[in-house]
Design a protein around this ligand. Structure first.
Ligand SMILES: [Zn+2]
Length: 126
């Protein structure tokens, strides 16, 4: 059998190379596509760029635990020295339910406390 009639195949990707389109590279017969690839390799990803982008997004020094509402609660309690829950809710324009939830969170962080003064429950900084 004569094998010379076999179509020329790229030694890199195995694709059939059209007549007269074969390229020689380092002793290999490769197709036009592979030839372009070996001559202009894809740019390697810069691992440092990805690393920096990731660390910047973490925002060191921020306080992710406090919501803006919780920050306001602490601010108002600091300014007033303590308020009844209803009064605090009115100042912050919150429902008592919302205030209750955020206050509970702050209390859990030991930033605030509730105490009885003259028969009223007063919320204040701890
Ligand atoms: Zn190829």
């Amino acid at each position: 059998m004569i094998t010379q009639e076999q179509p020329l195949k790229c030694e890199e990707c195995g694709a059939v190379i059209p007549e007269n389109d074969e390229r020689q590279f380092k002793g290999q017969v490769i197709c036009e596509d592979c030839y372009m690839t070996v001559l202009s390799p894809l740019k390697v990803c810069d691992p440092w760029a990805a690393y920096c982008a990731k660390s910047f997004s973490e925002k060191p020094g921020s306080q992710p635990d406090l919501t803006p509402v919780q920050t306001r609660i602490l601010q108002v309690l600091k300014e007033t020295g303590g308020l009844e829950r209803q009064e605090l809710a009115e100042r912050l324009k919150l429902s008592e339910e919302d205030l209750k939830r955020d206050f509970a969170t702050l209390r859990h962080m030991e930033k605030v406390r509730a105490e009885k003064r003259d028969g009223c429950i007063i919320l204040s900084l701890s």
